[in-house]
Ligand binder design. Sequence first.
Ligand SMILES: Cc1cc2nc3c(=O)[nH]c(=O)nc-3n(C[C@H](O)[C@H](O)[C@H](O)COP(=O)(O)OP(=O)(O)OC[C@H]3O[C@@H](n4cnc5c(N)ncnc54)[C@H](O)[C@@H]3O)c2cc1C
Length: 586
Amino acid sequence: MSEHEVPVLIIGGGGCGLSASIFLSNLGVEHLLVERHATTSVLPKAHYLNQRTMEAFRQHGVADAINAVGAPIEKFGKVRWTTSMGGDGPLDRKIIHEMDAFGGGSLRPTYEADSPVMSGNYPQLRLEPLLREQAEARAPGQVRYNHEVTGWEQLDDGVSVAVKNHDTGEDLTIKARYVIAADGGRTIGPKVGVEMTGPTGMVDMVSTHFSCDLSEYWDDGTLINWFLNPEGADSWGSGVVVQMGPTWGKHSQEFVLHFAFSPDDEERFNEEAIIPRMKKMLKLPDIEPRVHKVSHWILERVVAQQWRYGDIFLAGDAAHRQPPTSGLGLNTGIQDAYNLTWKLAQVLAGRAGDELLDSYEAERLPVSTDGADWALLTFMNHGVIDAGIGLVAGAPVEVNKAAFQALFSDTRLGRALRARAEVAIGTQTWEFQAHDVEIGFTYEGGAVVDDGSGPVVRDDMGRVYTPSTKPGHRLPHAWLEHDGQRISTHDLVGDQGNFLLITGANGDAWTEAASAASDKTGATIKVATIGGNYHDAEGTWARLREINEDGALLVRPDNHIAFRSARAASDPAGVLTDAVSSVLGR
Ligand SMILES: Cc1cc2nc3c(=O)[nH]c(=O)nc-3n(C[C@H](O)[C@H](O)[C@H](O)COP(=O)(O)OP(=O)(O)OC[C@H]3O[C@@H](n4cnc5c(N)ncnc54)[C@H](O)[C@@H]3O)c2cc1C
């Protein structure tokens, strides 16, 4: 039996745990990651990395590595609904609808204006090895695969965790001050009695990862293609194919096909039937797909109602599991890690009180609940699309065939039906253009100081992002000039876990206050004077800042606003010291 002590133990080497390791390393926090499998996941799983995730990765020096190998936006910024890929019948190879997605096409100027980095696309089976490499480079010897947590005990000042090293058979005891349970909900949750609320067992998503040359048929810029035809039951039953790279665009070598089954349908285990059914759906009888893996995924929308158990914190799928629509599962998990790790760093450095750790649940539970609801909403909305094009689930093929004939007919009725289809499918911007859902969320009631201003009105369709510097919101992005370099407001804070004070041309008193607040609280506070050492070259910041030249914004290490003073204060040092103390839970 070997004993080790470590400030933070991460259980799980999936996307969430590996991200937590990278962030902790940059924050200077010693830690250990244990993963029970010998390798990262062999399942393709999630692939879309939204802008908020890419911002976290950019801040922590990972985004360039992902962008170097992930899909460029021109190759994944579109989704489409078609009847088939092949076939010569009157209803074959019809494009029902195309939609710009994820920041591609017409969305691009807006997404580019709102963030220093575009969204990314890189399937989990490739992303995890990349993250593992990044994590290992930052913490050599501290990222241990083939190590399984078998038990633990909460102590007065930390957690004692039993770990089995499957390489050597050795039993280890790790004494960790804090534990991040990023175990997908498989180990810790069931044992501590985590209550996950929400519907579960909705459908069994059967995902088939295969290689095939579809270059003759695949649209170059499309990431996801739904197939809707009279023979298919509905959107998910008909099937959906996702491009998986590693070459991007029409020459993608790999794809994933999803079919949804009722969880009590025995046919879901009939793996032999999958490829014949896919060939029939695509109307490409002669293709020869090579299947890598068939995986089952029971869809649910469940969120843990408590995220902290003593010194153990749930993160990622351990805290929330949701339908894949909107791609918020992995993204939310990575953003959990982004929220939790800087707080652990502050507490472990002795600068913050334990209360700061409670703000993790206070902030992330509402955001992840909204995300899970959004994912379910967008999943269910595929039924609206089916109805909108006249497809009736369970109806005889002849009935659906007649509906499709009418839909594509050059008649007054056909035009009316196509107009209805446009409106119905148009609502799926909820899923593919959810720009505000992705970057516009705010933290209320956590480690922020409310300034009493009214709530920021958000778009009910989840699309239009309204930048705001109201405490709790993500720092708006604007390009600045500094020492001849173009940098984003997001770059000002850095990756070392310090706070940032942004002030204007007349903010000298705040600069002095930052120094006083640092002395009193021990917090490191960088100062950026926009209109002084930083130049608002494009005038964007002046439009977004919502403070005067003599006001100030205190920004947290995760680029969320902690405190705002729209103008000068009579006692800036006192006000700022109080704000920092309040955020740090002291
Ligand atoms: C088959 C499948 C397909 C999916 N497809 C999609 C998709 O298309 N789109 C989408 O958005 N999302 C998809 N998801 C969901 C998405 O993959 C998850 O949201 C994401 O993986 C969550 O990351 P995580 O790190 O929180 O958890 P996980 O990826 O589950 O990682 C948890 C890790 O903890 C490890 N672990 C568990 N117990 C222990 C222990 N006792 N000791 C040590 N290690 C332990 C596990 O081995 C695992 O590696 C899919 C999930 C599955 C299972």
